[in-house]
Design a protein around this ligand. Structure first.
Ligand SMILES: [Ca+2]
Ligand SMILES: [Ca+2]
Ligand SMILES: [Ca+2]
Length: 260
């Protein structure tokens, strides 16, 4: 009787899991970059991804090798910008990107993204004439900013940020649902914007970064990605792993309950 009940429970649990399946993984890069490809100057540096060294003319990126449905997702990661050439004028910044193809784009103020086809959230540490919104320049001085769009040179929404150079790891949260994007930097929301006519697509998620005449060491770590794909019947391979883990956990609970 107990056996029958357990099988029934397993089936219900499985159906429930598949109907709300989501792909959720934390990449800490502590044991390498399996599942990703690094482009340009990007390297692994002490368990994090170094997109740029503190040197002129660097551009590097890292992208997942598998395309995932970019309709509804959330992501968080840590960003480090240090050893800037000119104090608060460290360069040039990074993007969190989801693109139709992985790769590396233009350097300098193009943040390693220009040339890729898709969307990005940029964290820009160096103001460039012609690239950056005019009112993100304070009194002729550099101002850091966050922006969202398909082009680094012409963004859809932006906000001024505190200077990012030389003050440790910054934590970034991105929530995205069918065009509605919310971006928080160090726990404070700066972007809450709805991209008109957004259409979800199979995208390569990753990060790009670059330097120009100014530079910084720019690192990425602890990339946490959740793809909400309840509308998709086929789970990703890692969802199967999660399901396996869930079933093993259930079996363990049952064994425990029997013992008690
Ligand atoms: Ca790490
Ligand atoms: Ca700056
Ligand atoms: Ca810039």
């Amino acid at each position: 009787m107990i056996k029958k009940y357990s099988i029934y429970n397993l089936i219900v649990f499985s159906l429930l899991f598949f109907s709300t399946s989501s792909f959720a993984v934390l990449y800490d890069f502590d044991s390498g970059t399996s599942g990703f490809t690094l482009y340009g100057d990007a390297i692994v540096n002490s368990g994090s991804i170094q997109l740029t060294a503190p040197a002129i003319g660097q551009s590097g990126s890292i992208f997942l090798d598998t395309a995932l449905n970019a309709t509804s997702f959330s992501a968080s990661f840590d960003y480090w910008n240090a050893e800037p050439r000119y104090g608060v004028y460290g360069g040039d910044g990074i993007t969190f990107a989801w693109a139709t193809s992985p790769g590396i784009g233009g350097g300098g103020g193009e943040l390693g993204f220009t040339g890729l086809n898709g969307y990005m959230v940029e964290f820009d540490t160096y103001w460039n004439s012609g690239y950056d919104p005019a009112d993100t320049l304070y009194n002729g001085d550099d101002t850091d900013h966050v922006a969202v769009g398909t082009e680094v040179s012409s963004t859809l929404a932006y906000a001024i940020l505190p200077e990012m150079e030389e003050n440790g790891w910054h934590h970034i949260d991105v929530a995205f649902d069918n065009g509605l994007i919310q971006v928080a930097f160090d726990g404070i929301e700066y972007i809450n914007y709805s991209i008109a006519d957004y259409v979800g697509f199979d995208a390569y998620f990753g990060f790009t970064g670059s330097t120009g005449a100014s530079f910084s060491r720019q690192l990425i770590d602890n990339f946490d990605l959740t793809i909400n794909q309840s509308s998709e019947p086929v789970p990703e391979p890692s969802t199967l792993l999660l399901l396996g883990g869930g079933l093993a956990g259930l079996a363990w609970c049952r064994r425990k309950r029997k013992k008690a």
